[in-house]
Write a protein that binds this ligand. Structure first.
Ligand SMILES: [Zn+2]
Length: 96
């Protein structure tokens, strides 16, 4: 089954999450106004990774819900994802 996650609603929630956050949820340092693909760009991180949440049977509304999103530097986000290797990445996504 193909799960569509990159919806308008998700993009809005991701932008709101970043806008509402002053500090990276992973390293605790201040977020920046850098844009992707800068390593210190502000990105949105799934607290429970999408692939893990899907495996747990979460509905997409919960996986992409604001309670599962946090803002983090791109480099911190990538470092976290490298830990389990389960996060699917889209090279063109502004929210990676
Ligand atoms: Zn960080």
């Amino acid at each position: 089954m193909i799960q569509r996650w990159d919806t308008t609603e998700y993009r809005r929630d991701a932008a709101l999450t970043i806008a509402a956050t002053a500090h990276c949820a992973i390293c605790g340092r201040a977020l920046t106004s850098y844009r992707n693909p800068h390593p210190m760009a502000s990105t949105v991180d799934h607290i429970t990774a999408r692939a893990v949440a899907l495996a747990l049977g979460w509905p997409m509304s919960r996986i992409n819900g604001r309670s599962n999103l946090q803002a983090a530097h791109r480099v911190c986000n990538l470092r976290k994802q490298a830990g389990d290797g389960t996060e699917l990445r889209r090279p063109d996504s502004p929210w990676t």
